[in-house]
Design a binder for this molecule. Structure first.
Ligand code: NDP
Ligand code: HSE
Length: 443
């Protein structure tokens, strides 16, 4: 048997995103290696300031001040450009591409401003440029447009594409924070760009909208023909007006295409969105994108749009795709070897019994209308240590019966089943109880 091939990965920039990628590549290394049938060699990461304190631990020998050293390292096959900006990032990206390497980038400004030059270098030198993380953080929107929704033509793409703006508008609206304090918070959480005017003035969302327009329609939207507005002018009175009239204030990117007339428009601006629209409920750092396709209809993707972890998820997805293309491995756990490895891992997992599943419950009971009946029912709950959270009683005059609906705190199926067994035995319970589980992400 031949030894698995080793793929070298270099990270340019060890800030919010770079550290997220390093951390999660380390944590998932064994799993990724078994899925792809390759060895991963996390070679080095580059920074400007070697003395800066970092949230993610990295051996001193793995850090360099010289990003070119990483790009030129013949053992680095995949270069992740996570520096930001368009000067140094462009220079390093083109250098890596001219060496025929794969570049994985989260840099929407770079792609938007230098896309044609970058893809020319890809074509000329046979490398790859992957950019899932450049739009909507952890949401795989690029893959969705390129692959899953490939059958569609999109007359409308509308989305919340800037996590910082959405965080600010949410915190101002829901918690009464000032614009300045909400922005400061977004910066501390690692959502904002190094220069946050890019976020609050709508430029970052414009970069992302332009990428989506190009991906969906093959045309870059020039800034001169794009309506670009930010959120600086938004105040509490605007948010209050929206709330009173069933609207939500969101910073939207809107890409419209008329296939018959042959035009496209792109705009990014604060907008009042009807609260029944799914995008009105996308809050905090989350992004959401609705694509109206001629085949699929309207599809919405939502998820975290910024932050080191969510963005690392998209970067690592691209790294895996790149490795699959480099080695001929079938991506994502679909090769027979990868499936076998998954099954080996699966054998170590104990499948819990249904009795152990815990959730809050809802019950509807039809009870005889007689004094003391409810007490008898509650005694059973108490005997099995099932705590009741809420109760509503409905009387049905002259029918001799009443309805009780109630919810419980989280409890195991075993205990709820014991309660039900006893309830069914009561003569005062007139019908089979209706039982529903209350979904809770925590249990
Ligand atoms: P950070 O500012 O946190 O990190 C940038 C890193 O690059 C730092 O390690 C910095 O070094 C290094 N660096 C900066 N400028 C230079 C330079 N001129 N030469 C060499 N190294 C340099 O940025 P983020 O991690 O937030 O963002 C990185 C990229 O990812 C950007 O393109 C951004 O738009 C994009 N992005 C960010 C997201 C986020 O949520 N933060 C989400 C999606 C995309 P040092 O640490 O020593 O200062
Ligand atoms: N600053 C960007 C945002 C990062 O807040 O959306 C993600 O691209």
């Amino acid at each position: 048997m031949t030894a698995p091939r080793t793929i070298g990965i270099g990270i340019l920039g060890f800030g919010t995103v770079g550290q997220g990628v390093w951390k999660h590549l380390h944590e998932k290394q064994a799993d990724l290696e078994s899925r792809l049938g390759v060895r991963l060699d996390l070679r080095k990461a580059s920074v400007r300031d070697l003395k800066k304190k970092r949230a993610v631990r990295i051996a001193a020998a793995k850090l360099t001040k010289n990003p070119q050293e990483i790009v030129d390292d013949p053992k680095v096959h995949v270069v992740c450009e996570l520096i930001g900006g368009t000067a140094k990032a462009r220079e390093l990206t083109l250098r890596a591409l001219r060496l025929g390497k794969v570049v994985v980038s989260a840099n929407k400004a770079l792609l938007c401003e230098h896309g044609p030059e970058i893809f020319r270098a890809v074509r000329q030198h046979g490398g790859q440029f992957l950019f899932e993380a450049s739009v909507a953080g952890g949401i795989p929107i690029i893959k969705a447009i390129r692959e899953g929704l490939v059958a569609n033509r999109f007359e409308l793409i509308v989305g919340i594409l800037n996590g910082t703006c959405n965080h600010i508008l949410t915190r101002m609206g829901e918690d009464g924070l000032s614009f300045a304090d909400a922005l400061k918070e977004a910066q501390l959480l690692g959502y904002a760009e190094a220069d946050p005017t890019l976020d609050v003035d709508g430029i970052d969302a414009f970069h992302k909208a332009s990428i989506l327009a190009w991906l969906a329609h093959g045309k870059w939207a020039p800034a001169s023909r794009t309506l670009v507005e930010g959120i600086r002018k938004i105040g509490p009175a605007d948010i209050d007006f929206a709330r009173r009239f069933g609207l939500a204030l969101k910073h939207l990117a809107v890409i419209r295409r008329d296939f018959k007339a042959g035009w496209m428009t792109v705009g990014v601006y604060p907008s009042l969105v009807p609260s029944r629209d799914i995008l009105a409920r996308v809050s905090g750092v989350n992004n959401g994108i609705t694509l109206r396709g001629d085949v699929v209809g309207a599809t919405t993707l939502t998820g975290r749009g910024a932050g080191g972890d969510a963005t690392a998820s998209a970067v690592i997805g691209d790294i895996v795709d790149a490795i699959a293309a480099l080695t001929g491995a079938i991506p994502q756990a679909l090769s027979p070897e990868a499936l076998a490895a998954r099954e080996r891992n699966g054998r170590a997992i104990r499948m819990a019994s249904i009795d152990e599943i815990v959730s809050p419950f809802y019950l509807r009971l039809s009870l005889l209308d007689k004094a003391g009946v409810s007490e008898g029912v509650y005694r059973i709950f108490s005997k099995h240590k099932v705590s009741i959270a809420r109760v509503i009683q409905y009387e049905h005059p002259n029918q001799g019966r009443g309805t009780v609906t109630l919810s419980t705190y989280p409890v195991s199926e075993r205990r709820m089943s014991a309660v039900l067994t006893e309830l069914r035995r009561l003569k005062t319970v007139l019908e089979e109880p209706v039982v529903l589980r209350i979904f809770s992400p925590e249990s």
